[in-house]
Design a binder for this molecule. Structure first.
Ligand code: ZN
Length: 462
């Protein structure tokens, strides 16, 4: 970061790179180098023709994307900061209801105009030098305020019913944790430790009352289980914690919708969800990726009983190492080709220099498989689909080899078809909700919004 009056220019950057000490340092570093043409051609040969499209498009697409910033509350107080997070969720109809009944009820897309412009779910958090709710430090203020918003009416599907809140969805997921941290009961979860005294495995209930550590008596919050608070500090920027919270919310929110929509499985099977980035959760809340796998398998079992296709969740990646890699080889890949990135390929050509994980890539973080798809018209996408298992170490499954088999992904054709269908919009804009808003009526899909109500009413009508 340059000091006041100092210019950070491109020439300064290349001056650095010409410096002999830096040249010598770079000479000792290991990093990915672009492949030769022959190597790139060999890599492109790993791509195969995808299965033909035999599915039909889903009726609806839900796209979720977050943004965040941390800001000083006043120019005169630059070290006093608050954080904001916006999670936008929009709904578009690809074929005005598809298989759903139409005509007898109000068309939600006509009702869209009744919604206000505020299409995002917003969260704010106290940051450097801000205290809230009588707390004596930023960390405790952050925890208290975050928990209040998770359970607040804005995140509820039914504002009068706390069990439809985002925090109840978190309870649901946390209760599914394998091993001693799980409770097996959606109304209970465990914190790995008390933030104050460090007492371990504190069990909390999904109730509105303030709960306390049974050892030290200090206030504890169900959302403490995400361990975002561990990265919050009093006097410096909390950008890391704020970004962590946003990234986690981008994955929790689709689950929140699915938990609610599971009441109308026919509607759920008509929806495809677009999430930004890989299907993975990094950092302290990474445990959640395991419970998302379990959750998705539960829902897919329900759908299968009704002879419905599995959930379609697509993690679309516009940046990152896979995308960097793709840029290097893209011109060698013919149109209409697909690759499921296996661990060998990834460690050799994408993460060169990184020690391969003994349990498989992304064992602690990923809940979905990365694919590279070049559409029949020649645009390339990096996307992910949820792993087709409830667990990576399920008995009798060689996960590392099974996760890259196309035939294990029942929603693969549908995803490829959807990406091809939306490709020009998706290609031009990195933010999927905005991309879709260019050519479709993209309407706000906040929890508690009337659009959701109308859709469910339509779906429930025989
Ligand atoms: Zn305690």
């Amino acid at each position: 970061m340059p000091y006041d009056g100092e210019l950070a220019s491109k020439s300064a950057h290349s001056d650095f790179l010409r410096n002999p000490d830096i040249q010598s340092f770079l000479g000792q570093c290991e990093y990915l180098t672009p492949p030769s043409d022959a190597e790139a051609q060999a890599l492109a040969d790993n791509f195969v023709e995808p299965p033909a499209f035999t599915e039909k498009l889903p009726g609806f697409v839900v796209a979720i994307d977050g943004s965040n910033y941390e800001s000083s509350i006043d120019d005169k107080l630059p070290s006093t900061k608050v954080g904001f997070i916006k999670i936008g969720a929009v709904l578009i109809s690809l074929e005005k209801f598809g298989a759903l009944r139409d005509g007898r009820y109000v068309d939600p897309f006509k009702v869209a105009a009744l919604q206000d412009d505020n299409t995002a779910l917003t969260f704010s958090v106290p940051s450097a030098n801000i205290r809230w709710g009588g707390k004596t430090n930023v960390r405790d203020s952050f925890r208290a305020y975050m928990d209040m918003q998770f359970t607040g009416p804005n995140t509820r599907f039914n504002p009068a019913d706390a069990s439809t809140s985002l925090r109840s969805t978190l309870f649901h997921l946390a209760s599914l944790r394998p091993g001693k941290m799980g409770t097996g009961e959606p109304s209970r979860l465990k914190l790995h430790q008390c933030p104050d005294c460090g007492a371990e495995e504190i069990e909390l209930r999904d109730i509105p009352e303030q709960q306390r550590c049974p050892i030290c008596g200090t206030d504890v919050y169900p959302t403490d289980c995400l361990r975002i608070w561990e990265e919050v500090n009093d006097f410096q920027s909390n950008q890391v914690a704020i970004s962590r919270l946003m990234l986690m919310l981008e994955h929790l929110l689709p689950i929140h919708y699915m938990r609610y929509l599971a009441k109308t499985p026919l509607l759920l099977s008509e929806m495809a969800f677009f999430v930004d980035g890989p299907l993975a959760i990094f950092g302290n809340p990474a445990w959640m990726h395991r419970t998302i796998m379990i959750f998705l398998q539960e829902i897919n079992r329900k759908l299968a009983k009704l002879k419905q296709p599995p959930l379609t969740i697509i993690g679309l990646q516009k940046t990152g190492q896979v995308v960097d890699h793709l840029m290097l080889i893209d011109r060698f890949i013919p149109a209409n080709r697909l690759l499921a990135i296996d661990d060998e390929y990834r460690y050799k050509f994408i993460l060169a220099g990184r020690e391969p994980s003994s349990q498989g890539f992304g064992f602690e973080t990923y809940y979905g498989q990365d694919f590279i798809f070049k559409t029949p018209s020649g645009r390339t996408f990096v996307f992910a689909l949820p792993y087709p298992y409830a667990s990576k170490d399920a008995a009798g499954v060689d996960f590392v080899s099974e996760k890259v088999k196309f035939q294990n992904y029942a929603q693969l054709q549908r995803a490829l078809m959807l990406i091809s269908h939306l490709e020009s919009d998706l290609y031009e804009n990195a933010v999927v909700p905005i991309a879709l808003a260019h050519h479709y009526t993209a309407i706000s899909f906040k929890p508690g919004g009337r659009v959701l109500d109308l859709l469910m009413k339509n779906a429930l009508t025989p």
